[in-house]
Design a protein around this ligand. Structure first.
Ligand code: COA
Length: 389
């Protein structure tokens, strides 16, 4: 029985900051951001959007297309949680009009959470093949202003419908994973901005990539050349090139010439370059980018995916693109959404960054900004009130 991604949809906030503007303000050569770390723009989240609205906005095209009745599970992966108890998936469940006979939960392991959610969803669908699961991943990456992490900030959400007879990507059963207790990136409950040792985190990412790859290779017998493309977790897109280089070395394969390397890697990087880090959504945003941009038809080709969550959890796995997949993508929706974003000035970026929602539970009403179909209207009696526009 095939199990995998039936539909995949991506959503980013409607505001964007060009990193060349940020570079000028920070007195940095813009090439450092654009070429050195591989980022062009960062998504800016207006005050009336959060992980619930981003995730619901990503999922709406899917439930409108595929219907709601068979969805028995909603898992939302995030490290930008809005409540210590209630699952954000329940807010999305209501906004999307899903059936009451449905399990809704939230999961967390930094940027790895969506991969755990996808694996759990696949297991549930295997046990009840007539049902479907909705996997959501939404995050807002925030670092201190003027810190090294600042140019890698971003935001966005991915929604994936998981089913038997997937129309986009059938997951292979083999995977390789690795867990280790380290402190490379974390966000204590009292902080809104993450703490990151970027150099150490990058080193651990690349080290655990090789460990997960080795375990995947042992489980599947596959080598690098068995995969048409690779999608990596992307805290910044330059890391995809570093990762591919490491895997070639580990597999004893010479690094392809630059133009071939770009043909293999670049299609998966377009969206992340335009949004910045989307944490849990990252590797699936890369997958959506690859499917939307690969010039060659990828039908029946195997894609390798590497998911890394700081802390840390790493998994290498793969899937086979399904025949006719192009008819089931939301490529035009993605393009229109990204092309119609409103650019912000540096001052507007800083104002939004510093916008203070009361943290003492006082009632609050949010002014309407541009966004998708759903927004956060206000907070009253400690309850978040969402609305459809
Ligand atoms: N033109 C082109 N490239 C340039 C450049 C210029 N003018 N100036 C610098 N660079 C290159 C550097 O050579 C370096 O490339 P390399 O890594 O291939 O050697 C790259 O730009 C970054 O420069 P560096 O000095 O290392 O940047 P930094 O100290 O500001 O840190 C990060 C970069 C990515 C580590 C930092 O942004 C960060 O910590 N981000 C957060 C990452 C994260 O969230 N990780 C956890 C989740 S996985």
């Amino acid at each position: 029985m095939n199990i995998g991604i039936d539909l995949i949809s991506f959503h980013a906030p409607s505001y964007v900051l060009d990193l060349r503007i940020l570079a000028e303000m920070r007195g940095v050569d813009p090439d450092k951001f654009v070429i050195g770390i591989g980022q062009e723009r960062m998504a800016i989240v207006p005050p009336d959007q959060d992980i619930v609205t981003l995730a619901a906005n990503a999922a709406l095209p899917i439930v409108d297309k595929a219907g709601r009745d068979d969805i028995e599970l909603v898992i939302l992966a995030t490290e930008s949680g809005i409540d210590q108890s209630k699952a954000a998936a329940l807010f999305c469940h209501k906004l999307l009009g899903l059936p009451a006979a449905c399990r809704c939960i939230e999961v967390k392991e930094a940027c790895y959470g969506a991969t755990a959610a996808l694996r759990m969803a696949a297991a549930m669908v295997a046990a009840r093949p007539h049902t479907k699961a909705l996997v959501l991943a939404a995050d807002i990456a925030r670092y201190d202003l003027a810190s090294p992490g600042e140019p890698t900030q971003g935001a966005g959400a991915i929604a994936m419908l998981v089913s038997t007879r997937p129309r986009v990507l059938a997951l292979d059963p083999e995977s390789g994973f690795h867990a280790e207790d380290i402190m490379d990136f974390w966000r204590p409950n009292y902080r809104e901005e993450a703490i990151v040792d970027g150099k150490y985190s990058t080193r651990m990412y690349l080290t655990t990539l090789l460990r997960a790859w080795k375990n995947y290779h042992a489980a599947s017998g596959r080598s690098l050349t068995d995969h048409a493309h690779l999608c990596f977790h992307l805290p910044f897109t330059k890391i995809a090139y570093k990762s591919f280089e490491r895997l070639c070395k580990a597999d004893g394969i010479p690094l392809p010439p630059r133009d071939e390397l770009e043909r293999l890697i670049d299609p998966a990087l377009h969206y992340n370059r335009q949004t910045g880090n989307t944490y849990a959504a990252c590797v699936y945003e890369a997958l959506a980018s690859l499917l939307d941009h690969a010039p060659a038809n990828l039908a029946r080709k195997r894609i390798g995916l590497f998911s890394y969550g700081s802390g840390c959890m790493a998994e290498f796995f793969s899937g086979v693109v399904q025949a006719g997949y192009r008819d089931h993508l939301f490529t035009d929706t993605h393009r229109t959404m990204l092309d119609s974003r409103t650019p912000v000035t540096y001052r507007q970026y800083e104002d939004i960054f510093n916008y203070g929602v009361p943290s003492d539970g006082a009632d609050h009403v949010f002014a309407p900004y541009r966004g998708g179909a759903f927004r956060l209207a206000g907070i009253k009696d400690h309850k978040r009130r969402y609305e459809a526009k």
